[in-house]
Design a protein around this ligand. Sequence first.
Ligand SMILES: [Zn+2]
Length: 83
Amino acid sequence: MLESLPEKAVVRAGRVFVALRKSGRVPSSKSRVFHAVTPYCRMSLCADEPGPGSQWAEPPGQQITCPACLRRLNRLGNERRAA
Ligand SMILES: [Zn+2]
């Protein structure tokens, strides 16, 4: 059992991801993209990260919406075994 995981965590190939978006005051729709981010890890699956002095916004989203992250998630899911 993985009781300590966030409610909406995604598990792929033994790795855990949550849907996080960049924090900040930019009210554009682009900042509303949710990336797949491993908890306590700064970089998202698509190698994106918050700007200097910034961080991922809380709380995690309902689902990951970043196309690049989703593509990589799918690839992870297709692997027979994580390295
Ligand atoms: Zn992403």
